[in-house]
Design a protein around this ligand. Sequence first.
Ligand code: C2E
Ligand code: MG
Ligand code: MG
Length: 752
Amino acid sequence: MGAFRTGLLPHVRLSDAQFRSRHQALRLILWMQIPILATVGVLNDPFGQEAVHHATWALPVMGIAHMACAIGSLFVRSRRAGSFLVSLGLLLSAALLVSLGGGRTELHFAFFLTVGLISLYQDWLPLALSVALVVGHHLLVGHVASALLYSDPPSTVRFIQYALIHGGFVLGGCAVQIVYWRFTEQAQNESARIRAEAEQALRRSAERYEALVQDSSDVTVVVGGDGLVLSVSAAMERVLGHRPDDLVDTDYNQLIHPGDVARLRSALGDGREEHRTEVRVRHADGDWRWHEMALRDMTGHTAVSGWVINHRDVTERRLAQDRLAYEASHDALTGLANRAELLRALEREGAAAVSGNTGMAVLYLDLDRFKQVNDMYGHEAGDVLLASVARSLHRCVLGSDTVGRLGGDEFAVVLSQIAEPDDAVTVATRILAELSLPVDVDGVRIVPGASIGIALSTPGHRADDLLRRADTAMYHAKRDRSGWRAYVEGMHDPSTPTATLEDDLRGAVADGRLRLVYQPVLSLITGEVTAVEALVRWDHPDHGLLLPDAFVPLAEQSGLIESIGEWVLTEACREMRAWPGVRLSVNLSPRQLDTPESADRLLAVLARTGFDPGDLTVEIAESACIDAPEMVERLAELREEGVRIALDDFGTGHSSLRHLTRLPVDMLKLDQCFVSELNGTQAGSAVAEAVIRLGRILELETVAEGVETAAQAAELTLLGCRSGQGHLYAHPMAATPLAEFLRAHHVAAKMS
Ligand code: C2E
Ligand code: MG
Ligand code: MG
């Protein structure tokens, strides 16, 4: 029985609502039976029939029972009792119908119809009642009043048989119903299970999503098309310290660093659906944090209608990257740019200068006394000095310039966007002034001192070429202790093999490729030409006309300077012989006074060319005379013959005043760097004034070099300088134009 109940009987009860609606319908049908049965009864008049008159009690009993069920069903509350009464009433209706219809066989179908109706209760009790009632009714009524059941009453054996057959069919109908319920129930169970599983999966995935969004270190923000925040995940508070609710309906851009807003906007506006970018986002504590963002356009999705932005804090990674990049591009000791970074800056600024049509220069700086500092005070002191130099360099340049350390005691400065080449010179002299101040290194005062080479950018030159040029110029500045030198085309690079250039130069002397130009020296008072200075040029087959800076140092190194110097003196004397009233100045290299016969050889040239020694001035760099007593002797020999001696580039060397009084000198040539500093201020004229005053005290003539403007000439005159040369009056020129110039400037009158 238990197996029957669990295996076969339905397990699912109708819901109350289902039961109620079916019960009401069946009750209605039950009530509708009353008029139907009355009508059938009136039409058939069973009481009038002979066959049934001996069982007239049966019909009223059944009718009353039927009515009792119909009325009772209106009052009972319990489902079981209600369904029982209605089912019983319906079965009695079928029985009444058969009886009132005279027991016609077709009317027996009413029982099957009733079983169908009763099965709507989906309950075994009404069905069991059907079977029991049909069998019981057929047995009882068949026995006591068979005319009420069968139109053709059967024999006793037969009516029992009929009762069982009818009951069997009803039972079969019930069984079919039960099987049907079972199948429907299984199907329902299956779909309920599938639905439950689907619901559970959905719930789990929602939970997972929730957990992901809420607990992840990624912040999810949904931003509407108008830029207002629509929703923010809880991670916002943990990651950026803002309470999500505080952000809703605010402008999302307020969270973004102003420098990154435009980038974010342009990313959103380029029509793509997905973006990745890195921007700085404001933390509640006011700091900016780097966030990697994944943005997805879901403005078209009605459920979202905005941009879904996922951000993740990548500040640590960015800082590490920045630190690595910084270390890869900076010098650890000084924090300055390293060589690689400097070359990059050079390339960048070079390109910017070309496109912006401005100038760019690089200064190459080498400390003068670094090795001694290292040797005397140790490497730590050396490091302190380098760090101090780095700070000094920063003080001398603009923020847009790049200062770098190339290694050892070599530094470089990239000057971006300089208006004119002189700006580079200004910076170089400023740096030299700064580095001439003593630095306190562990209690010892050290003057770093430096030499600077300047190279100006020219379009099309590579960064490393430019740096090499500045290096070359620095080498020259260091060699002739001039503080700074600007690179000139063809300047000899000490690091490149000199053999070919030296061979070329040797050939030049032999092949007559050297040229002479002359620059007039004028009286600043009368404007008359008083002298000319011979300046050598080399007409190089590949490099064109080279200036002395490019080959004189090489000639000095290789010893060729002696033959070059002799050629210059010979040629100058020969050409200037025609202008006896004009003094001739010739530059001498210290190497030309090397040997005891030097003076004799020079005097022999004068004799050979018939040039009056009294009309010749030899110029020798101030720096060359300092430590060479023999040289002083040879200059004295020349002077005895009437040749006048000039100290060239005066002011840039390091001669002491005491030393100066012992030198056989007639003239000081004020170096052009001091002339260029004249600008009407006391500071600008300080050195020029000192040199001119010194000249006057020592009774030496002072000639200003490199006079370029009338203002400089006026100031020099005011300071007491009487002679000058420079582009203001005349550029160096060949002999023929010089003759024109001399004629025009009335020196003819002096000719005898
Ligand atoms: P220096 O003797 O001081 O010659 C003056 C330099 O100033 C010349 O350069 C001349 O062209 C340049 N100069 C003249 N006026 C101006 C001006 O107004 N502005 C500017 N910026 N520069 C001006 P240069 O001819 O290139 O000669 C450079 C140096 O080469 C000379 O300096 C001298 O030391 C040396 N040098 C020239 N010729 C000879 C030579 O025959 N033998 C030797 N040993 N050295 C020579
Ligand atoms: Mg000179
Ligand atoms: Mg000079």
